[in-house]
Each structure stands twice: as C-alpha cells, then as structure tokens.
Design a protein around this ligand. Structure first.
Ligand SMILES: CC(C)(COP(=O)(O)OP(=O)(O)OC[C@H]1O[C@@H](n2cnc3c(N)ncnc32)[C@H](O)[C@@H]1OP(=O)(O)O)[C@@H](O)C(=O)NCCC(=O)NCCS
Length: 332
C-alpha cells in the first residue's frame, strides 16, 4: 500500500480588528516606537476587545472560514486539536467549545499546551492521526488571546504579544507531499524563565496572587532570547540535514514570530535569504500558538504545490521544534 501522509489542504486565519500600536503603548509604559521596532520588529498587534470573549471566539472564526474555503461539511470533521496557552477556561477544552460553535458534532476535540511551539506539536500529532488511516479530516487550530495574560504595566512583556488564531485542514494523500518529517523537543528546566506563576494547581488564585501580579506572563527576556536563537536554529538545521536539504532547496522558512532578531539568526544559520522567510511580526506581534498558521495564511497566495517549507518554533516550557513539509496545492 502507498504511504499515507498528512497534507495541509486549506488554511485560514483570524485577527481581531483593534490595533494596539507602539504609539499607544508609549502612553501606557516607559517605551518608544524606535526601541520596540529595533529590538523586536513589532509595529502593532491586534487585541480582542469585549466582555466574555476568549480564544475560542477567534479559533471558531478561523475554523468557520476554513470549512467554507475548503467546502467541508462540519459533520465530516473527525478531530479538532487546539493549541493554546490562553484557553477560555481551565476546562472544558477550548477545542470542545470551537467544535460546538462550528457544528463539528461528530468530531472529538482536545487542547494541547506547548506555548509558542503549540501549533507545531499539534500539527505533528494531527499528522500522525491521518497517517494511521483512521482519520480523514483533522483540523489544527492555534489560538491565543495573549492580551488576557499580559501586564500592560510591564514594558518588557506588553510590547511583545498580540491576539489571533489560525487553522489548517489536514487530509490524507499518497502523493509525495505533506508533512515529511518533524523534530520536536522540550526541556522543563526552562520553566523559571517563561511562565505564569499562579492560577494553576500549584498556586491557585488568591487575593495574594492577584495583588502580586502572578496571573500575568512572566519572562526573563534575555535568557529566553539566547535559548530561542540556539535551539530554533539547531533543530531547523537538524531537520534539513536529516532530509538532505540545503538552503537552496527551501522555498520558505516559516518561523515563530517572537523577535525579528531571532528570525534573522535562524534564517542565517540555515543559509536562507530574507526573501524566503515568512514575516508578519510587524503587524501582529507574538500571537503564541497562532504565529505559524497566520504566516501561512498571509503568504498562501505565494505558495506553490511541491514547495519545501521548514516550520520552526521556540516557546515556554521550554518547547521547540521544526517540521519539514511539502506544500500541497497551487494558489486558487
Ligand atoms: C524581550 C526582548 C525584546 C528584550 O530585548 P533585549 O535586547 O534582550 O533587552 P534587555 O532585556 O536586555 O533589556 C535592555 C534594556 O532595555 C530596557 N527595556 C526593556 N523593555 C523595554 C521597552 N519596552 N522599552 C524601552 N526599554 C526597554 C531594559 O529595561 C534594559 O534596560 P537596562 O539596560 O537599563 O537594564 C528580548 O529579550 C526577546 O525578544 N526575548 C525573547 C522573546 C522570545 O523569544 N520568547 C519566546 C517565545 S514566547
């Protein structure tokens, strides 16, 4: 029997309308547009406003658009996996809520938490469900409302993050296309450098945790920066070597959008020129699990069937990884 692979057959993103610009952040914290742009590459980010609006709102919008675009009946979806660090609530899973909103009544669904590498992890997991032959349509969603865990009085983190979601459809193919290889890694000893201190089982919410601002994302930026540069570049180089690929063979590098300097360092290490790197950090900032699908969505019209793509991410955990895939379709 021909080898089954999982292929991305559609992509859709969703970003909220509200734009939080660097100029506006200058009014909230001691910072300036020049510092933010030169140190991170970010000019603005999108923020989801309104009461009772969680990550599921954005995830569901992306999935609805994906179903429409791919002409898929929601009842034909087998599985929805949502990668997020900002679930609507600790339980039920945000994927369950998304499935309900979009009418995927015959699917099952669950969340995974791997921070900024969440989409990569979920993509590899979904790919394996397809490869077994038991699942025909798997949707992978990356959705994060980072504004819900960002302290807008902390200039070292509030300038970095934004809200957004992206979703891809995975379907089986016997062509030499789709997800070809993946290397995923994690190292929990990185937890002290990037985490949320309270709100989990170790430190449940109390007045004290609230007063101490422990329900916000905490990051030791320069330490994370060093690990991100080394690990994202190493794992991407490893996946290329393993598959006998050089920079010339790669049509696109799709890197996690955390910092322009990390993106450039990764591309350099892989021998990939700037014209082959997907970048949208300037308009969305770091949307955590949504950065990779939002990049694919923005660049979809430039992707051709058979293009070699390297997806790479690094995030809290630490978690990191790289996926090599062959794009499955020409622009429609
Ligand atoms: C957060 C980050 C942009 C900070 O950039 P950096 O070059 O490392 O800057 P540093 O943290 O060393 O700070 C340099 C100075 O700028 C200051 N600074 C920090 N944020 C600032 C801001 N928004 N505006 C102005 N100055 C700022 C610092 O206080 C420090 O001042 P000091 O030298 O007087 O102490 C960068 O470390 C980063 O991108 N880290 C990794 C993010 C990441 O990849 N996360 C992983 C996945 S989520």
């Amino acid at each position: 029997m021909d080898k089954l692979r999982a292929m991305i057959t559609g992509i859709q993103g969703y970003v909220p309308e509200y734009r939080l610009t660097n100029k506006e952040l200058e009014k909230l914290v001691e910072t300036n547009d020049e510092w933010i742009v030169s140190r991170t590459g970010i000019k603005e980010r999108r923020i989801l406003k309104g009461e009772d609006q969680g990550s599921s709102v954005m995830g569901a919008e992306a999935v609805k658009g994906l179903l429409e675009k791919t002409g898929t009946d929601p009842l034909d979806v087998d599985l929805i996996i949502c990668a997020t660090v900002t679930p609507d609530m600790p339980f039920p899973a945000t994927a369950n809520i998304i499935a309900d909103i979009v009418g995927a009544k015959k699917s099952y669904s669950f969340d995974i938490g791997a921070a900024c590498s969440g989409f990569l992890y979920a993509l590899q997991m979904g790919s394996q469900f397809i490869q077994t032959g038991t699942h025909k349509k798997v949707i992978i969603v990356g959705a994060d409302k980072m504004s819900s865990i960002v302290n807008y009085q902390d200039r070292t983190t509030c300038i970095l993050f934004g809200d957004g979601a992206g979703a891809v459809m995975l379907e089986p193919t016997t062509e030499d296309l789709g997800i070809m290889d993946a290397i995923l890694r994690s190292d929990g000893s990185g937890a002290p450098y990037l985490h949320m201190k309270a709100g989990g089982s170790r430190r449940p919410a109390t007045q004290q945790t609230l007063d101490a601002n422990e329900h916000y994302a905490f990051q030791e930026g320069s330490t994370v920066f060093k690990f991100a540069v080394t690990n994202m570049a190493d794992v991407s180089a490893e996946v290329m070597e393993k598959n006998n690929l050089t920079g010339d063979d790669i049509a696109w590098l799709v890197p996690h959008q955390a910092n322009m300097r990390i993106i450039n360092a990764t591309a350099n290490r892989m021998g990939i020129g700037p014209d082959k790197v997907m970048i949208n950090i300037e308009k969305y900032g770091n949307t955590t699990a949504a950065t990779l699908p939002l990049c694919l969505w923005d660049y979809e019209s430039q992707l051709k069937k058979g293009d070699n793509l390297i997806l790479a991410a690094f995030g809290g955990g630490f978690t990191w990884g790289s996926i090599f895939l062959k794009w499955g379709y020409d622009p429609k």
